[in-house]
Design a protein around this ligand. Sequence first.
Ligand code: ATP
Ligand code: ZN
Length: 216
Amino acid sequence: NAEKPSKLRIAIQKSGRLYDDSVKLLNECGIELRNVKDRLKTESDTFPMEVFFLRDDDIPQYVEDGVADIGIVGENVLFEKNKKAEIVEKLGFGKCRLSLAIPRSETYQGVQSLDGKRIATSYPFLVNEFLKKNNISGEVHEISGSVEIAPGIGLADVVVDLVSSGSTLFMNGLKEVETILQSQSVLIKNNKLNKEQEILLDKLLFRIKAVKKAKR
Ligand code: ATP
Ligand code: ZN
């Protein structure tokens, strides 16, 4: 009854803004992946690692459940999902912020002016936390995409959305008036890794830190 050799199962985004940088980081750490095209998962021949390709929204849950041991995801998604997964390292890519934006024609009167407003967002949990913290009540409308068009079509008064350059907001007649969260990609881990997996994770972390240092 030989024990299976230990390996790390990592969840990364299947396609989208984090995909390239996630694969690149693994490659820079000496972890080559077998042909990844159209696959749900793949393995590495150069590190004991299995890679799962998932929607970023699902990654915190998979890591909390231990279906994956570690994962790469944006802090925005991690905090919105509010799952039990520990951040082990900030990765320095996928930088953006979760911001409140209002119609450009309006003058921002501070958070209190949001009281009773309709807020469109894909981040209902984080928006509700923000409202609670500021002791205001707004109507949070969850929409899954193209949040920035909501005010223009009369669906909401303001939006809370991810911003990097701000050009999407600008094109939709909006302006950023409040930052709710600064975000970047992070490496997260399940909190019940076994001894061997912890050793593999340490090895990976050592390499990630070396890669980051070389870039400075
Ligand atoms: P999926 O199909 O995996 O659910 P998605 O459409 O939710 O993909 P992407 O648009 O690929 O997600 O963004 C993934 C992550 O990239 C975001 O959650 C965020 O952490 C980061 N990001 C960086 N800059 C931006 C930006 N300007 N807009 C949106 N996300 C950004
Ligand atoms: Zn997503």
